[in-house]
Design a protein around this ligand. Structure first.
Ligand code: ADP
Ligand code: MG
Length: 703
């Protein structure tokens, strides 16, 4: 059966080309199906009918039943308005229209009965109802889908000004359901519907738009939410099954000289229990014969770099090359320095490749890489350029993955001829478990849940801008004790110019408060040339400068253990995970470290929650949970919904966690019994999934 849902929306009665264009532009609706899945965002209980006598000054939306009186036009020009008296057994009330006067007069019949819905307003002690919705009693009785809940649909200003308001959408839904009800192809297998006692797809979609009662509405919503989350889980888990089935992995059998020598002679400290555990997990993957795709989560400062380094040595021991991709040039450089330092004395050839690598150096590097004379390549996005080719790339590490898209990751897969390299994605942005389940359903997850010993938790305080002097005094004291200080200014794309002005104003006032020769101040921002940046960073790392004034370019990864104070200016302008990342730049040495959040006096409630959360906890996972609640999953860094295989119309990754877990179990269960979905009763799952794939290409559609 060809699904009626693919029909072009302009062919729906009441739509036509003009409205179709509007629906497409404003809501991305192009087909019957799109409209049908444009769900109400709330419902108003219409079981209750008020009397005019009952109206109070604080009444919100109410429903009345009565008689419409004659129209009267009042006023002139743009003050012109239309009024009519509406009467029931208990009294009468004035109705007012300011717009669409002609249309109203044409479409309503004075002297007949109406069901009225609207919000009374009090003006000069008079009650009136502006722009009420009126439905003739005659029609109400003949309604195709009687519903006691009034569905309220999302619309836009442009739509409303073309009379495509919620009520009009509801009417379209009615036309639509009259056409497609009982003809919508079922998407879930019959056994699942039975087993989970879900309503069928036709019933569910009808009840979502025109609920008969609370109970039907509840189960319809449940089915639709369950379904969305189920598809996400099923498609992710299926990808994983396929990957394991299909992708041969490189088999790293030996743990050889490089690893052992480094471990015994070069390791600067004892590994934490968590680091050891993760290395064991990775070693197991290396030897399993299938490709590793692992996400390594570890709070800032938990020592992920060292894990990456040790695992790279295993790859080298097995005759393969390894690479590490970092999101910024500064970070890549720092990794390069760390690696070179730690591997000093071992026969390992490490090089750096970034956007500012010179062309001549680049071609030598390309050659060495192809001939296998280069063992470890560290770099930025420059690594994924086509000209970069390895002789035998065996292991790829991606640091701070939230800066990289899935597509970019995939390009590294392609850098080898036959068998794909093992992949380790490292992130310091802790992702709550439920979300990780959804976004990385096809990755295995390792967690470093422990910081190296001897770390003192960073002490965090909040100061208003006006209380700057004691903060400066505190900075001086820390510098006198030999510590270093970061001062970070926000940088937000839209107003870069102004932000740099803030940064430079800040820099000036800092140099005034901390004058040379006693104090030395570095400045660092994204607009500086590579060389300048290096110099600034280098001076700070070597302790030549005491204060680093910077934008968020130092947000990820940078490691200067002697820096003990992080001052964040205009902290209210940062997101929670960003604040946490910034704070993670200090507290890396043995000394007590501090993070000071500077803000203006006026804070929004959300900003206050962010600041308070930072002050009261250092736990990255707790912070991620709060962040998720505040922002919703769509906004989480690296977790754009566009990455999901399914567009969420109704399910919410935060609120519907229970349903999500249930959906995951159901999907796992199905794939366990039928990994390739080949059984006849599961054929429908295949069909629906591939249908959905075709539809979600236009990812940007819903923002
Ligand atoms: P992140 O996980 O944020 O990338 P890093 O790898 O930069 O953290 O490590 C943070 C700091 O902790 C570095 O200075 C590193 O040398 C140090 N470190 C890593 N592992 C240990 C350990 N087991 N014991 C002590 N210090 C460690
Ligand atoms: Mg790091």
């Amino acid at each position: 059966m060809e699904s009626p849902l693919h029909t072009d929306i302009q062919f729906l009665p009441g739509v036509g080309p003009k409205r179709a264009a509007l629906l497409r532009q404003e809501l991305g609706i192009t087909t019957f199906g799109d409209l049908l899945y444009h769900f109400p965002f709330k419902y108003i209980d219409r079981t209750r009918i008020y009397t005019i006598q009952e109206i109070r000054s604080d009444s919100t939306y109410i429903q009345l039943k009565g008689n419409l009186g004659m129209f009267r036009e009042v006023g002139k020009g743009h003050k012109k308005r239309l009024t009519a008296i509406f009467t029931d057994e208990t009294g009468s009330i004035e109705l007012v229209w300011f717009r669409g006067i002609r249309y109203i007069q044409k479409s309503l019949k004075p002297g007949t009965g109406y069901l009225l819905f609207g919000k009374p307003v009090f003006f000069n002690r008079q009650i009136s109802i502006p722009h009420p919705e009126l439905e003739s009693l005659e029609k109400v009785e003949k309604q195709a889908f009687p519903s006691i809940f009034q569905a309220v649909y999302p619309t836009t200003e442009r739509m409303k000004s073309s009379y495509l308001h919620s009520k009009a959408i509801q009417k379209l839904q009615q036309h639509l359901l009259q056409k497609v009800y009982r003809r919508i192809p079922e998407t879930l297998p019959a056994y699942l519907i039975d087993q989970l006692r879900l309503p069928g797809i036709n019933e569910a979609l009808l009840q979502i738009h025109f609920p008969e009662n609370q109970e039907h509405l509840r189960s319809a919503r449940y089915r639709m939410k369950f379904e969305e989350l189920f598809w996400i889980q099923l498609s992710l888990l299926r990808q994983k099954v396929w990957r394991i089935k299909r992708s041969h992995g490189l088999n790293f059998q030996v743990v050889g000289d490089l690893f052992n020598t480094f471990y015994k002679e070069k390791l600067p400290f004892k590994l934490t229990r968590a680091q050891k555990k993760v290395i064991r997990e990775i070693r197991k993957d290396f030897g399993s014969g299938t490709q590793m795709n692992r996400l390594l989560q570890g709070d800032v400062g938990s020592g992920k770099t060292l894990v990456a380094l040790l695992c790279m040595l295993i790859a080298l021991d097995n005759g393969y090359q390894a690479c590490l991709m970092a999101p910024t040039e500064i970070l890549a450089q720092q990794h390069h320095q760390t690696f070179s330092r730690m591997l000093d004395g071992l026969p390992v050839h490490v090089k750096l490749l970034t956007g500012s690598t010179r062309a001549t150096d680049r071609s030598t590097l390309h050659e060495e890489l192809l001939e296998g004379r280069l063992d470890i390549l560290i770099g930025t996005h420059a690594l994924i350029e086509d000209s970069v080719n390895f002789r035998n790339l065996g292991f790829v590490v991606i640091d701070e993955q939230h800066r990289f898209g899935v597509a970019q990751r995939a390009r590294l897969w392609d850098k080898t001829v036959n068998i794909p390299p093992h992949i380790l994605v490292m992130t310091a942005t802790p992702i709550p478990r439920t979300l990780a389940m959804t976004l990385y359903g096809d990755l295995d997850v390792s967690v470093i849940d422990e910081l190296p010993p001897g770390r003192k938790p960073v002490k965090t305080a909040h100061y208003y801008d006006s209380k700057r002097l004691p903060v400066f005094e505190f900075i001086r004291k820390q510098i006198r004790e030999g510590r270093q200080v970061y001062i970070v200014y926000p940088l937000i794309k839209e107003s870069e110019k102004m932000d740099y002005k803030n940064l430079y104003d800040g820099y000036e006032s800092i140099t005034r408060a901390f004058p040379p020769p006693e104090y030395a101040v570095s400045v660092l921002h994204g607009q500086m040339k590579g060389e300048e940046k290096n110099k600034a960073m280098d001076y700070f790392i070597r302790g030549i400068t005491h204060i680093m004034v910077s934008t968020t370019v130092i947000e990820v990864g940078v490691d200067v253990p002697n820096a003990s104070v992080m001052i964040i200016e205009s902290a209210e302008r940062f997101g929670l995970s960003q604040l946490h990342q910034l704070r993670g730049r200090v507290g890396r040495g043995a000394e007590q470290s501090y993070c000071i959040l500077m803000t203006g006096v006026k804070l929004t409630r959300e900003a206050r929650t962010r600041i308070d959360t930072m002050v009261h906890t250092n736990d990255g996972f707790e912070i991620a949970e709060v962040d998720l609640k505040l922002r919703g999953p769509g906004d989480m860094e690296g977790t754009q919904q566009s990455g999901l295989p399914v567009t969420l119309h109704i399910a919410n990754l935060v609120k519907d966690v229970k349903i999500l877990e249930h959906a995951r179990h159901v999907a796992e269960d199905i794939l366990e019994k039928d990994p390739l979905l080949q059984k006849p009763e599961n054929k429908i799952l295949q069909t629906t999934l591939s249908e959905m794939k075709n539809q979600t290409h236009d990812w940007g559609k819903i923002s």
